[in-house]
Design a protein around this ligand. Structure first.
Ligand code: OSB
Ligand code: MG
Length: 376
């Protein structure tokens, strides 16, 4: 039977938790991560399978969700909705999840597996199913807060030498102006941005205005995680572009932020917005409104990473994203091949059926700490 003409019906959903140590700790203004706890999803339909990865953190610091809340939401709410249901287009799955408030990352983990399955079942590249056109995507890196400034300079050197096209460094009060001065003394011309993960308030406006000295591409999320009003006040006082991350949780939030002029760039994250369907809507809206976007990252393992690559092939993703090589995060990634970046800072988008990155089932099983199966 051909999946081309027929509906796809979900027979089973499997969720599992894997533990994967990072090669180097990753520190943001909200804390340090040494080891990832990652929830993976897998959907089954008549011999075909699809994979998803939940991008929640271990603790509710980036958003309200954690791997444990996502586990409960998938088990208690999402699995009962999708098991036994069929669809023509995977965007229909996001419609079934519409009544659910919040919990975007849990929803994305299930919805994205359904997109992944559809691409595999139809024997077509996921990037094409999403409407992608770019065959290679420009890559940047996100460098966490380090123990010492020297260590940061060393990390920047490694990534500049590797060919990455934009360096983003994490900042927080006390690790900001002096660090940026030092980086700019050493690297006056590299494309540079900063990400504060909501660690400032409007009371810091004089400090934030001095960041204009550093010719940054953007200042990502300086103010409240759910704010678009204060950012609008701040943007009017800065020459540097503000990039919004945390508050862009839906197409409606993106539309409001653009209307309010809360920033000049948007970071699109699949998990934060609730999956591919909503991410495509935000991309298209930004594209029509001349709002540049780039694809953010959440320290994903290979399945999430491969989905970010497919997403980044849509035509509006012209700025380098936070989608970078597997080896920067993990000794051994869960996909084959691992994600690699060319020495001029691009990832080729595989033009083959599925994502072009095959999950390593045996290895995934070995690092699994819990697993649950839901079926009709
Ligand atoms: O704000 O973009 C962020 C990682 C975890 C949580 C939030 C963020 C990040 C990153 C890392 O900046 C991006 C990556 O390399 O995956
Ligand atoms: Mg960010």
């Amino acid at each position: 039977m051909s999946f081309q003409e027929s509906n796809i019906k979900i027979e089973r959903l499997e969720i599992r938790e894997i533990n994967l140590p990072l090669v180097h700790y990753f520190e943001t203004s909200f804390g340090r991560t040494e080891e990832r706890r990652i929830l993976l999803t897998k959907v089954f339909c008549d011999g075909a399978v699809g994979y998803g990865e939940c991008t929640t953190g271990e603790k509710p610091f980036f958003s309200h969700e954690t791997i444990d809340t996502a586990w409960v939401i998938i088990k208690e709410v999402l699995a009962p909705i999708i098991i036994g249901q069929d669809w023509n287009e995977p965007s229909e799955v996001s419609q079934w999840f519409k009544p659910i408030r919040g919990n975007q990352m849990a929803r994305a983990a299930v919805e994205n597996a359904c997109w992944d399955l559809t691409a595999r079942a139809r024997n077509m590249p996921l990037c094409k199913l999403l409407g992608g056109t770019l065959e290679k995507i420009p890559c940047g890196v996100s460098i966490g807060i380090q123990d010492t400034p020297e260590q940061l300079l060393e990390k920047i050197k490694t990534e500049v030498d590797a060919g990455y096209r934009r360096i983003k460094i994490k900042i927080k009060p006390g690790w900001d102006y002096n660090i940026l001065s030092l980086v700019r003394q050493t690297y006056p011309d590299i494309p540079l941005s900063v990400d504060a993960n909501s660690s400032y308030t409007l009371a810091d406006i004089n400090l934030l205005k001095r960041f204009d000295e550093f010719n940054l591409l953007m200042i990502e999320q300086p103010l409240g995680h759910d704010d678009i009003v204060d950012h609008s006040h701040l943007q009017k006082q800065l020459s540097t572009a503000i990039c919004l991350d945390e508050p862009i949780t839906s197409i409606d939030q993106a539309r409001r932020a653009i209307e309010m002029e809360s920033g000049r760039i948007i970071n699109i994250k699949l998990g934060r917005v609730g999956g591919f369907s909503e991410a495509i809507k935000i991309h298209n809206y930004c594209y029509d409104n001349q709002m540049p976007v780039w694809c953010g990252g959440m320290l994903e393992a290979g399945i999430g990473r491969s989905h970010n690559i497919a997403m980044s092939s849509l035509p509006g993703f012209t700025l380098p994203g936070d989608v970078s090589a597997s080896r920067r995060y993990f000794k051994e990634d869960i996909i084959d091949p691992p994600v690699t970046v060319s020495n001029d800072g691009f990832i080729n988008v595989p033009q083959v059926a599925g994502t072009g990155y095959e999950p390593k089932e045996g290895y995934i099983e070995k690092i699994t700490v819990r697993k649950e199966l839901f079926s009709v």
